[in-house]
Design a binder for this molecule. Structure first.
Ligand code: ATP
Length: 272
């Protein structure tokens, strides 16, 4: 009997590398021969020192950065094998949000969220209208439909960005430091929204952050990135083993006893 085909994880980075050319002509290996599997439905954190390669690794998932070597699979498709048009279509399945929100400043909230649907085509104006309202409802800013980004707080802007990312009904939401520009209270309520999106819609979330409390409050799994490689990965609530990296150990301690946060803030600063 032949074994049944093994199902791919939702996201698979297979031996990917990314090298940047620096202005002085030298090279920098931002991601080095890295493999990573993320199962469907997970909330996965990428942490590490500044410059470790977290953002580059995240941007390899939707080919915002194209790897020099290796393959990228999302939802069973090898993105690295696709042509331009197919890749554009496959990217509909991968939403992304950024630290600085990246909204269209001259467009209303409605038009920002409708943007990916209009670009993709295929939906009627009525369908777009319904989907935009649904997404804004989901992130709790249905009343801001006609506002412009300049009229919104940072937290509200990030909610618009999330609504825009979710509009095409993606399987994956990539988050690059989504709470770094927000205060603690706004961060907590945004994390609650992301938790909700994962739980209710089953959207798989991959998040880059330098804030350890964001990982302990949101993520199920985490990878520690060091010098372009994954030093270790583990389940955030796994207390059966001690992580090998200092950052990993800080995370587990934070998870185990939230009252040590002040000490950890100091430790975290060492990694900033
Ligand atoms: N387009 C680029 N050209 C040249 N170097 C780059 C480019 N993008 C990133 N790098 C370099 O690659 C390294 C990794 O960058 P990356 O943004 O992935 O790190 P990071 O871990 O996300 O750091 P941070 O937390 O500071 O954003 C850094 O040294 C950065 O300067």
């Amino acid at each position: 009997m032949t074994a049944p085909p093994q199902e791919l994880p939702l996201i698979r980075l297979d031996n990917v590398s990314k090298r940047f050319k620096l202005p002085d002509g030298r090279h920098f290996d931002a991601v080095q021969a890295t493999s990573l599997d993320i199962p469907r439905g997970d909330v996965f954190g990428l942490v590490g020192k500044s410059g470790a390669g977290k953002s580059t690794l995240l941007r390899l998932v939707n080919l915002l950065e194209r790897p020099d070597q290796g393959r990228v699979f999302v939802a069973g498709r090898e993105l690295t094998a696709l042509g331009k048009r197919e890749l554009r279509e496959a990217r509909q399945n991968i939403g992304m949000i950024f630290q600085q929100f990246n909204l269209l400043q001259n467009a209303s909230v409605f038009d920002n969220v409708a943007f990916p649907l209009r670009i993709h085509g295929g939906d009627t104006a009525a369908q777009i209208d319904a989907r935009v309202r649904e997404c804004l409802q989901l992130v709790g800013i249905a009343d801001k439909l006609h506002s412009h980004p300049a009229q919104l707080s940072g937290g509200q802007k990030q909610r618009v960005a999330i609504a825009r990312a979710l509009a095409p009904q993606p399987d994956v939401l990539l988050c690059d430091e989504p709470t770094s520009a927000l205060d603690a209270e706004t961060t907590e309520s945004l994390l609650a929204t992301l938790r909700d999106i994962n739980a209710k819609l089953g959207v798989t979330i991959v998040i880059v952050t330098h804030e350890l409390p964001v990982v302990t409050s949101l993520c199920r799994h985490v990878a520690v990135v060091e010098e372009g490689r994954i030093a270790e990965r583990f389940a955030v609530d796994d207390t059966s083993r001690l992580p090998i990296t200092r950052l990993g150990r800080d995370l587990v301690r934070l998870r185990a006893s939230p009252e040590t946060r002040n000490d950890l803030d100091r430790l975290e600063a060492a990694y900033a």
